[in-house]
Design a protein around this ligand. Structure first.
Ligand code: SF4
Length: 237
């Protein structure tokens, strides 16, 4: 069965898999193996329920981006792709805002806004470190100094904003964490399991009797076919 899945993925992602190994900053808190599987293009969230949840979240994103773009004195560039090739990171920031109002409010020409959705938001809500780390990678990748995390409640539409600036210590821990993953793949092994398998979407991949096939596939993609790992290999020489 696993072989069928792999062949299906290969066909669906044929071009991408030949050339791309990219970690999305939003996956950084997952198990290291889940990060690798996701970076190899093995999609998560394919069940109907999860797709529906994604639709709701994406709808909220689109709505907020639209509202931000309508504000006078604010220019909104939505869905900005940001790459950090030496760390194999590739993500999409929800919005980069610029304009007179941004300059007068923040004292800087551009800020990044990352939109998250949540259930009920407590009064003293603060975003999880994973969201702050994700935004930090976007700040690092663009050279923009300030970001905002806008968390919107799916329960009642209330929202929370949190201003984020570059946190060198946090970034350094993110990059070290990534290097552990890449060094392991470069050495020909999958990184260790460090997550809760029972609640993981990749359970059926990792716990199949022939899981080693998909792991071998990921290791080969990283070492033999992904052109974009060159920057990582150069940096680690
Ligand atoms: S099933 Fe377990 S080992 Fe596999 S990605 Fe998920 S948490 Fe990691």
């Amino acid at each position: 069965m696993l072989r069928d899945i792999i062949e299906e993925i290969k066909l669906r992602k044929e071009f991408e898999l030949k050339t791309r190994f990219a970690v999305h900053p939003s996956t950084l808190t997952q198990c290291k193996r889940a990060i690798v599987l996701s970076a190899c293009g093995i999609a998560q969230y394919t069940t109907t329920q999860q797709e529906l949840m994604f639709c709701v979240a994406n709808g909220a994103h689109a709505m907020m981006e639209h509202i931000l773009g309508l504000q006078e004195g604010v220019h909104c560039e939505c869905e900005k792709r940001i790459k950090i090739p030496e760390y194999l990171l590739s993500g999409i920031a929800d919005a980069v805002l610029s304009g007179d109002r941004i300059l007068s409010s923040y004292g800087t020409e551009r800020i990044i806004v990352e939109i998250k959705t949540s259930g009920y938001l407590k009064a003293n809500y603060t975003p999880p470190v994973s969201h702050i780390a994700q935004l930090n990678t976007y700040l690092y990748g663009t050279g923009i100094e300030i970001g905002e995390i806008l968390t919107v409640s799916r329960t009642n539409g209330s929202y929370n904003t949190c201003t984020v600036e570059i946190d060198e210590e946090l970034l350094s821990s993110v990059f070290s964490f990534l290097d552990e993953i890449y060094d392991s793949l470069h050495g020909g092994t999958m990184p260790e399991i460090d997550g809760d398998c029972s609640s993981c979407w990749y359970y059926e991949y990792c716990h199949a009797s022939d899981a080693s096939n998909i792991y071998d596939y990921c290791i080969r993609l990283f070492n033999e076919t992904a052109d974009n790992t060159k920057e990582y290999k150069e940096r680690r020489k």
